[in-house]
Design a protein around this ligand. Structure first.
Ligand code: FMN
Length: 333
């Protein structure tokens, strides 16, 4: 058990208390950038790293349980798991369901759910005292999460990496604040000052992605990390070409050449009631392969680099633990 941040400290929030960590700072799940060493380093420094199961298994080649045990050998502190709960494929749902069971058996007590109804995860993990936070981009999804029994929300704003929302951080917090759930801020935080500001705004913590790619522990290629250091806020564009819904990426000649929108046929298939599940599965498989290749590829020929607008404040590759400590110190000021 961790010592905890101490009552009254800015890091002492309903989130840090519920999860048993010192700093309410999450290294969000990242396909394909979450590797065991990164997850462990963030947790070991007092934040919490979240395992992305497909990244752990498909990108980094670990059996799921063995991968969790590897992280356990690197840190005894709490870690989390991302459960993508969209039910568009039964095979995928069954696999996710088994992964949740294995995670519980291996002692994971923090789950971040994305897409879909989190009820089955809540029902599965609450009996052993685990906590579920649900990714939301607007009130509609927050209500669905609350009705599904989640313990908190991850408010994904318009500056986030991955699939960003459409609201700014303050508007989104205002939109969900009355639901009585602790809310984490996801999106656009690349500096200690940004973290402090989110806590002052009333967030119970923050989930970061992009900042943790530019770390010594992250398994992404050096070309990818260098592109994050170079990029400014205006270099981030949204493309539908990867997953069929907008994903934040760094603008590169390759991205420009591909264009940013899905073609007309793909669009029609993505909208159709009968075809959209098939289309999402297709995009899902295609993007898993493309992103894996691009994130590890040192040549930088196919630069599919996902990153959010927080790139603007990221100027150095640092050890992940150092980031957690610097952010925690800034929150205390
Ligand atoms: C490369 C990358 C991959 C991501 N993959 C996932 C994912 O698989 N599942 C998920 O729930 N969120 C994913 N996200 C979102 C992050 O967990 C986090 O919420 C987001 O990055 C926060 O915004 P920031 O990048 O501005 O810090 C991803 C983000 C990035 C940058």
């Amino acid at each position: 058990m961790t010592a905890g941040p101490g009552a009254g400290s800015p890091s002492d929030t309903p989130f840090s208390r519920a999860v048993g960590i010192e700093v309410p700072l999450v290294c969000g799940a990242m396909y394909p950038c979450s590797n065991p060493e990164l997850v462990a380093a963030v947790s070991d420094a007092g934040g919490i790293g979240v395992v992305q199961p497909i990244s752990l298994t498909y990108v980094y080649g670990h059996d799921f349980r063995d991968g969790l045990r590897l992280i356990r050998r690197l840190t005894a502190k709490p870690i989390g798991m991302n459960a993508l709960i969209e039910r568009s494929s039964r095979y995928y749902h069954e696999r996710m369901s088994r992964w949740v069971d294995v995670a519980l058996e291996e002692g994971i007590r923090f789950f971040v759910t994305s897409l879909g109804n989190p009820r089955w995860v809540v029902d599965r993990v609450h009996p052993v005292g685990a906590v579920v936070y649900h990714d939301v981009t607007e009130r509609k999804w927050a209500l669905k999460g609350r009705d599904g029994g989640v313990d908190g929300l991850v408010a994904v704003n318009r500056r986030a990496g991955g699939h960003p929302g459409t609201r700014d951080a303050r508007t989104l917090l205002d939109e969900v604040a009355d639901l009585g759930l602790p809310v984490l801020c996801a999106g656009g935080i690349g500096t200690p000052a940004g973290f402090r500001e989110a806590l002052r705004m009333g967030y119970a913590g923050a989930q970061l992605g992009t900042r943790f790619i530019a770390t010594t522990e992250c398994g992404a290629s050096e070309a990818y990390k260098a592109a994050i250091l170079r990029a400014g806020e205006d270099d981030i564009v949204l493309t539908e070409r990867i997953t069929g819904v907008p994903v934040a990426v760094i603008r590169t000649p390759y991205i420009e050449q591909m264009g940013l929108t899905a073609g007309p046929i793909a669009r029609r298939l993505l909208r159709g009631r009968r075809t959209r599940h098939w289309m999402r599965t297709f995009y899902g498989l295609k993007s898993l392969w493309q992103l894996k290749r691009a994130s590890l590829d040192a040549t930088g020929e196919r630069d599919y680099w996902q990153a959010g607008r927080s790139v603007a404040g990221i100027t150095r590759i640092e050890p992940a633990g150092e980031i957690v400590r610097t952010f925690a110190a800034a929150a205390r000021v």
